[in-house]
Design a protein around this ligand. Sequence first.
Ligand SMILES: Cc1cc2nc3c(=O)[nH]c(=O)nc-3n(C[C@H](O)[C@H](O)[C@H](O)COP(=O)(O)O)c2cc1C
Length: 309
Amino acid sequence: MQIYMAPMEGVTNYVFRKVYIKHFSGVDKFFTPFITPHMKKGFSKSELMELNKEYNKGQYLIPQILTNSAEDFLKLADEIEEMGYSEFNINLGCPSGTVTSKGRGSGFLQDHEALDRFFYEIFEKKDNITISVKTRIGFSDYGEWDDLLKVYEKYDFNEIIIHPRLRSDFYKNNIHLPSFAEACNTFKQNIIYNGDIKTLDDVNAFKTKIFDEKVTGIMIGRGLVRNPLLAESIKENRETVCIKRTIEFLDDIVEEYMSLNFGERNTLFKLKEIWGMIIGDDDRYARILKKIRKSGGLKEYKTAINELY
Ligand SMILES: Cc1cc2nc3c(=O)[nH]c(=O)nc-3n(C[C@H](O)[C@H](O)[C@H](O)COP(=O)(O)O)c2cc1C
């Protein structure tokens, strides 16, 4: 089973991924956080870093694009192709209000005809690239999935990544496995499962519920940030958590940000977000998380981290 690291804006960015592959193994594919067409502005500095082949060396990296315009997609894909990419992922899952209100991300799932036209134009004009989608199962009603499946079925995606939640669920509420199972019966292509995998047990439980040879992989987001050893664990089929290796990894992330001149404040901001995901609402470490969040500089941050040993 293949393991993909989920794109997570602000978290699994170029720095995280670069340092990740120095410390851990097990991830087969990485995705950039979504990139939106920029029209006249050109790529931002961070987008250029996300896509820089030299900086991202050693990763099988797929650029993810967020748009509802075939014309903009084609133009952006051409530009990214020139940087050496030939595989693209389309974001049809982002639940953020600022994205969905413009009919993008999971907002695009509301207009099946427009979605169909979008894919038609892309596949008609671009036959030299590989395209996958990352999708939710609808906007606000499970009943939408049947029609969406009919649209997806028409196109030659190399794989379909499914997060079986509605937009209205955001990242909470239960996963809707019947919709995922329905996709397994419908699609001919490879299917990748995404959602709430946090431990090796979660993977094994998933496999007992869904066993279909078309499910060639799982994509993991929060679970891999919480325990960066999870991909290795799954590949080796033994649960491994090692706070020491996790801290060494995060120390290296600090160094990488500092070497890129992010400055102490911005670096700390990034680390606080990562620690928020690692500790989450685990009461045993709530006090330390509070200290991490309150730290005003890297020295104070390190003192807080040392309490974890
Ligand atoms: C902070 C954050 C940022 C995210 N950014 C993206 C993104 O840029 N593109 C995308 O397709 N999904 C994005 N996602 C969704 C994740 O890729 C993934 O689908 C979601 O976290 C569910 O998987 P998980 O339960 O394994 O975390 C984001 C999620 C979070 C929490």
